[in-house]
Ligand binder design. Structure first.
Ligand code: SF4
Length: 475
């Protein structure tokens, strides 16, 4: 598209009426005071940096209004804008782009990245003539080739050619090993980014692989391909983060430890290099064993996020997560023994779920006693098998596209559960788990810093305001 090697590019995290987090082809509204920053743009800053001049506007971190954002965009002088969007906010995001194009027709080149664009790249390119390209893998450098004027079928980028034709990405995502250049964290207000259940600040996200080798029906992870990052390259980035004063990491891998042997090598390197980060990661019940968990703990892991999902093993199997209650109990017990805290994710209201099942899921959460639990209503997320099935079965219509994966009122009902009933059960799960005196005392005793105490206080207030009011659609 362009030939000048030092074009100026704006990385834009658009403003929102809520605190949106849109990254890794997922989009959420913050449930409390955390805001983990636009990780895809951070990675892209490293990829684009050797070739272009960069500016960043993180309108969510800066709480900018749309008007303030428009002014800052104009002031930046950038005419190429790489922006984030998501199912949670795309209407607001595209409204902002529309305003820019109305004020300055043909001035801007827009390149978008986000879950809804990943799922509906062609549709968005057809319906929004001012959208030039969609990124389908934010770790790919194909965007550089595109900006340097190449027109060919890309694997991880869909675009509008000079002829006007839409050239969809082939989605033949390369497997094997990849490397990433160091991101330009210095352009982002990273000192204000916060993760839930973090222990120290400042923190930074980091990838040691990309995509997921599994394919759970309700998750986009398995649609992204799967590749590993070179371990030396990960360690180099850790040294860079250390030089910025980063104390804590959030491994953004969708299933940390998916390859045990490689993960062991990485953790041993972290120990050998005495990097001394504390960290949080996300993994799957049936990929971790005691040896790996022990090494993780030694290398600084304090909190593990696990998708436990539901007490109903049959339902788990139906949605491609065939692990047993015994495996769940075993993994949780190993973590407790080692002193790794668990954030257990539960999903309520998948088609086939019942009131009885959800009550069993609540009981499971109480019996497992994870340090934290997150209860979310099932959402037919863009780009997932679950969405395809839900559309096919008439549970949702294709115009239900504005979805929030964290706090949305249910978007469909099943013969077993009305939307109102599911919402009541979700709120009951949150109240039952969090408002136990023993749980509150344990949380208070587990606090190790002023930062954690402040987080706990703010999360408590958010919990009370969102779940103690009458069930309804207001959220
Ligand atoms: S294992 Fe986790 S990240 Fe991978 S597809 Fe399943 S839910 Fe998604």
């Amino acid at each position: 598209m362009m030939s000048n090697a030092r074009l100026k590019i704006l990385l834009l995290n658009p403003p929102g009426k809520n605190i949106y987090m849109r990254d890794y082809y997922c989009s959420h509204t913050s449930k409390a005071h955390y805001y983990w920053g636009p990780y895809d743009l951070i990675v892209l800053s490293g990829i684009l940096n050797p070739h272009f001049d960069l500016c960043v506007i993180d309108a969510i971190a800066d709480r900018l209004t749309p008007q303030e954002t428009l002014k800052q965009i104009e002031a930046s002088g950038c005419e190429i804008i790489v922006f984030l969007t998501g199912a949670v906010s795309w209407v607001e995001d595209f409204d902002l782009l529309r305003q820019l194009t109305q004020t300055h027709p043909n001035r801007y080149t827009f390149i978008g990245n986000g879950d809804i664009l990943f799922a509906e790249d062609k549709k968005f390119l057809e319906e929004h003539p001012y959208l030039h390209a969609v990124i389908l893998d934010f770790t790919s450098s194909e965007v550089v080739d595109f900006l340097n004027g190449e027109e060919r079928p890309f694997a991880a980028l869909s675009y509008r050619a000079h002829s006007g034709a839409i050239v969809p990405g082939t989605r033949e995502f390369p497997r094997g090993e990849f490397s990433l250049p160091p991101p330009r964290y210095d352009l982002f207000p990273y000192e204000r980014y916060r993760i839930p259940h973090g222990r120290r600040i400042p923190y930074a996200g980091i990838l040691t692989d990309y995509g997921c080798p599994f394919r759970c029906d309700y998750c986009i992870g398995g649609e992204l391909g799967f590749k590993f990052r070179n371990i030396d390259n990960v360690i180099e980035e850790m040294y860079y983060l250390k030089s910025l004063g980063i104390k804590e990491l959030w491994f953004k891998d969708l299933t940390f430890g998916a390859n045990k042997e490689r993960t062991r090598r990485l953790l041993n390197r972290m120990l050998d290099e005495r990097l001394r980060f504390t960290w949080v990661c996300l993994s799957r019940v049936n990929v971790l064993d005691e040896e790996l968990l022990t090494l993780m703990k030694l290398a600084g892991c304090h909190t593990l996020q696990l998708g436990i999902e539901t007490a109903d093993e049959k339902l788990l199997g139906q949605y491609s997560k065939p692990f047993t209650r015994e495996q769940v109990e075993h993994t949780v017990a190993m973590c407790k023994k080692l002193g790794i805290r668990i954030l257990a994710h539960f999903i309520l209201g998948l088609p086939g779920d019942t009131e009885e099942n959800i009550n069993a899921t609540i009981r499971l959460a109480l019996e497992l006693k994870p340090e934290f639990a997150s209860f979310n209503v099932a959402m037919p997320r863009m780009g997932t098998q679950f969405r395809q099935k839900a559309l096919h079965d008439g549970l949702v219509s294709s115009d239900v596209t504005t979805l929030d994966n964290s706090i949305s009122f249910p978007v469909y009902e099943t013969p077993q559960l009305s939307r109102e009933k599911l919402w009541q059960l979700r709120n009951k799960a949150i109240r039952t788990f969090h408002l136990r005196p023993g749980f509150i005392i344990r949380r208070l005793l587990g606090v190790k810093s002023l930062y954690e105490l402040k987080t706990l206080f703010i999360e408590g207030i958010a919990l009370l305001t969102t779940t103690l009011k009458s069930p309804g659609r207001s959220e």
